[in-house]
Design a binder for this molecule. Structure first.
Ligand SMILES: *[C@@H]1O[C@H](CO)[C@@H](O)[C@H](O)[C@H]1NC(C)=O
Ligand SMILES: *[C@@H]1O[C@H](CO)[C@@H](O)[C@H](O)[C@H]1NC(C)=O
Ligand SMILES: *[C@@H]1O[C@H](CO)[C@@H](O)[C@H](O)[C@H]1NC(C)=O
Length: 350
């Protein structure tokens, strides 16, 4: 569900995204005025480029899925409450490491979606990178630019203008942090551009190559930003408000790192103000000592065990020709889920 996109679009933005699929039948002005949470600059960009907004909306599904994938075994799992669209906004207010990740991956998602849409010819304003012409070379020799190189420059430029506009209002530590992490996300997509080539020449000799630059799968960006989350740097803003000071007492450049201002809650218990859903009911792994293990996931509250029947395909046989036939096999597996927090008795009375 795309509610996390509220981060950039303001609260209750999700409702505003739904009509975007009807962009063609309604005036851009009407649409853009009905997406809540856009700042003026974003509303202008929206009116000028309603087709780009469509790509951004579709891209949001992709980065939210990626965020949830990266954190599937963690207490904080990149979800928010279904009906309360403000919850995630509050996580953002906390300027935590998780906020840093969400800003970075959502910015990366916008770059990715716009760049891809440019290449696919879906947008009026951009198409393939026209500067990649003539000859070039890599470690395997010369090649001709051809095909359609992904126009990442345009994707980055638009994402910067659109996403960063949300932070241009106030210059405080949180805005600085968000801008920094937005940039980190944009650059992450660029980092994984790869050269793709087609061979020509006498019977596949590959003496001639035609190549183009293409973005890698978004998973690469997700994996990369996930590692950056693990090593994110705690910072405080300089007194003159022009930059960061690394909070810890060591020298580390923040250039390509995620930064955060506030320590995270432990995400064990439901705490709306802190943006924590708690881990009650989360599935955990009894034999793991890692973050997906019942001990860590359930924060020591213990877990419930449920036996469930699990149907799998088994005893598969290849049948001439050409099919595979399997039997349905049932086995019983135990599913463990975290117990809810037990409130003290006296709070339960009355
Ligand atoms: C940080 O870098 C400065 C200048 O390079 C150096 O003088 C200082 O000792 C370093 N501090 C630490 C804790 O490494
Ligand atoms: C994330 O955790 C919440 C609260 O514990 C849970 O309701 C939700 O289903 C989880 N989401 C995903 C995608 O696993
Ligand atoms: C549970 O954790 C163990 C140990 O890390 C691992 O070998 C196993 O595959 C996990 N089980 C599931 C269902 O993920």
């Amino acid at each position: 569900s795309p509610e996390i996109f509220d981060v950039k679009m303001g609260s209750r933005a999700r409702k505003g995204w739904e009509p975007l699929s009807h962009t063609h039948s309604l005036g851009a002005r009407v649409i853009c005025n009905h997406i809540p949470g856009l700042v003026n600059k974003q509303r202008q960009l929206c009116q000028r480029h309603p087709d780009l907004m469509q790509s951004i909306g579709e891209g949001a599904k992709e980065w939210i899925r990626e965020c949830q994938h990266q954190f599937r075994y963690h207490r904080w799992n990149c979800s928010t409450l279904d009906r309360d669209h403000t919850v995630f906004g509050r996580v953002m207010l906390r300027s935590s490491k998780e906020a840093a990740f969400v800003y970075a991956i959502s910015s990366a998602g916008v770059v990715y979606a716009i760049t891809r849409a440019c290449s696919q010819g879906e947008l009026k304003i951009c198409n393939c990178d026209g500067q990649k012409r003539g000859q070039a070379s890599d470690d395997r020799g010369n090649f001709d630019w051809g095909g359609c190189s992904d126009n990442i420059k345009y994707g980055i430029r638009f994402a910067k203008a659109f996403v960063d506009a949300q932070e241009r209002m106030v210059k405080d530590a949180r805005a600085m942090m968000n801008l920094h992490n937005n940039r980190c996300g944009r650059m992450a997509v660029k980092r994984f551009m790869k050269l793709e080539c087609k061979c020509h020449g006498v019977s596949g000799s590959c003496s001639l190559r035609t190549c183009w630059l293409a973005m890698s799968d978004f998973r690469r960006t997700g994996d990369y930003l996930r590692r950056k989350y693990d090593t994110a740097i705690e910072v405080t803003m300089n007194q003159d408000g022009t930059g960061f000071t690394v909070a810890e007492n060591y020298n580390r450049s923040t250039k390509n790192e995620l930064v955060y201002v506030e320590k995270s809650p432990d995400y064990c218990l439901m705490d709306r103000a802190a943006g924590s859903l708690g881990t009650a009911g989360r599935v955990c792994n009894k034999s793991s000592r890692d973050t997906d293990g019942c001990e860590v996931m359930c924060c020591g509250r213990g877990y419930d065990t449920m036996r469930v029947k699990h149907v799998t395909k088994c005893e598969c046989k290849f049948k001439w020709c050409c099919a595979v036939e399997c039997k349905d096999c049932e086995d019983v597996v135990d599913i463990h889920t975290c117990k809810p927090h037990k409130r003290p008795e006296r709070l339960d009375r009355n």
